[in-house]
Ligand binder design. Structure first.
Ligand code: FNR
Length: 192
């Protein structure tokens, strides 16, 4: 079966550098044979996780994200760095998905043995590299295999001038290789 990947940027703003970068990562995965579903977290507008909200009724959009996770073999994420860590948006999204499903099955199990590829972008010189360390760890704790390849795009204001355009050939190829590595690792996981 064709590997299927769910992709999103960890920023809500229209002009987000990570939003501009995620299609480059998706392109690398598609070129390697994957089908990629690119979503905008803005469209899901999840509240900050609150057990009272969950107890009353799991938000429809959290259920939709769980259903998407169930249908895909892995994740592609482009994340900003906020104060040396990943944005609350990214963690909150993962946390909602990890909650029990409507039929009582484990939400965490949606991530088990799936594969992730991560990149970051920042106007700063390090490109949000520290957020990748934190995100890698969070994804690993959820049971995903995070491929060793990763790219942090610094000086994003100069390099990511438009949607899907990374004006640095070496880095563009490196980001695409992250996508390709995810597809390769899905095959490895499947063959067990
Ligand atoms: C930042 N930014 C930032 N940048 C960075 O390289 N390291 C950091 O630790 C931080 N910390 C940080 C905290 C908070 C609360 C904000 C709002 C921003 C700057 C950040 O990289 C910049 O706003 C990016 O443009 C955010 O990513 P998007 O929205 O362009 O994808």
């Amino acid at each position: 079966a064709t590997p299927r990947l769910l992709a999103f940027a960890g920023s809500l703003r229209q002009g987000s550098f990570n939003r501009r970068l995620i299609p480059v990562l998706a392109e690398g995965a598609r070129a390697a044979g994957a089908e990629v579903t690119l979503i905008e977290l803005r469209d899901y507008a999840l509240p900050i996780y609150d057990g009272d909200i969950e107890a009353e009724a799991m938000p429809d959009n959290a259920r939709r994200l769980q259903a998407l996770m169930a249908e895909h073999d892995g994740l592609l994420i482009s994340t900003p760095e906020y104060n040396g860590s990943m944005p609350a948006l990214v963690k909150n999204t993962l946390d909602w998905i990890s909650r029990p499903l409507a039929d009582g099955r484990s939400g965490t199990a949606l991530f088990a043995d799936k594969v992730a590829g991560i990149v970051s972008a920042s106007p700063g010189p390090l490109g949000g590299l520290r957020s990748l360390l934190v995100l890698r760890d969070a994804l690993a704790k959820l049971g995903l295999l995070v491929v060793p390849q990763q790219v942090a795009v610094g000086q994003a204001g100069d390099k990511l001038a438009d949607y899907g355009q990374l004006n640095d050939e070496r880095q563009r190829e490196a980001v695409q290789r992250v996508g390709a590595a995810v597809v390769r690792h899905i095959k490895v996981v499947r063959e067990g």
